[in-house]
Design a protein around this ligand. Structure first.
Ligand code: ADP
Ligand code: 5GP
Length: 190
């Protein structure tokens, strides 16, 4: 890390469907000069997703090559696909003095905590588990079988929420977005 100014690494994690993407979109609108790290994944693009924008979409072989080259800050297998944060993504942003937001699942967040103890770790929790299914159904991007797999993983992820320095319950979206903004502004002194 260049340590330029008060550039920080923010790790935003929590179960699928809890609203991480929605909250991060609001955060980027509320706080200037934050960069969102574009992850690599082997999962297929969803309708409308663009390579290099939503994800770097890699084949299994390409992903394994990047692991062998030690290109990842962290990586994990989630619901049958690989996901990972490239060191180059982080460096590109931090070198410009910009704080970086990682939206990653819990195993990856745990790896980042070990690799970068200075990262700010935020767990987004649902008001209760039943909203996850409703939200995933409502989002309409995953098949019923894929939703079931994600909800099974969510149970394990929720069991680890106390390991995180910050926890936000995403019930009322505006309130959760305000809490996230406040954590980020406090950490960056902005
Ligand atoms: P994640 O990125 O954690 O998988 P998303 O941001 O895609 O979750 O949100 C999943 C669905 O829930 C989306 O359809 C989104 O519009 C909806 N959603 C997010 N936050 C809330 C909220 N506070 N109340 C109701 N619906 C929400
Ligand atoms: P999705 O398939 O819904 O885009 O993402 C599935 C899960 O993978 C989500 O919990 C998301 O936060 C997580 N994820 C996305 N990018 C990364 C990454 O780079 N590393 C890790 N560990 N998880 C990621």
């Amino acid at each position: 890390m260049s340590d330029a100014g008060t550039a920080k690494v923010f790790v935003i994690t929590g179960p699928s469907g809890v609203g991480k993407g929605t909250l991060i979109k609001q955060l980027l609108e509320r706080v200037p000069n934050l960069a969102l790290s574009v992850s690599a994944t082997t999962r297929d693009p969803r309708e409308g997703e663009k390579d290099g924008v939503d994800y770097h979409f890699l084949t299994e072989e390409q992903f394994q090559e990047r692991i062998a080259a030690k290109d990842f800050l962290e990586f994990a297998t989630y619901s049958g696909n690989h996901y990972g944060t490239l060191n180059s993504e982080l460096d590109r942003c931090l070198e410009k003095g910009r704080s970086v937001v990682l939206e990653i699942e819990v195993q990856g967040a745990t790896q980042v905590r070990a690799a970068r103890p200075d990262s700010v770790q935020i767990f987004i929790a649902p008001p209760d588990e039943s909203v996850l299914r409703e939200r995933l159904r409502g989002r309409g991007t995953d098949s019923p079988a894929a939703i079931d797999r994600r909800l099974k993983t969510a149970e394990q992820e929720l069991a680890q929420q106390d390991d995180f320095a910050h926890r936000i319950v995403n019930d009322d979206l505006d309130q959760a977005a305000a809490e996230l903004e406040s954590i980020v502004r406090t950490a960056t002194g902005s």
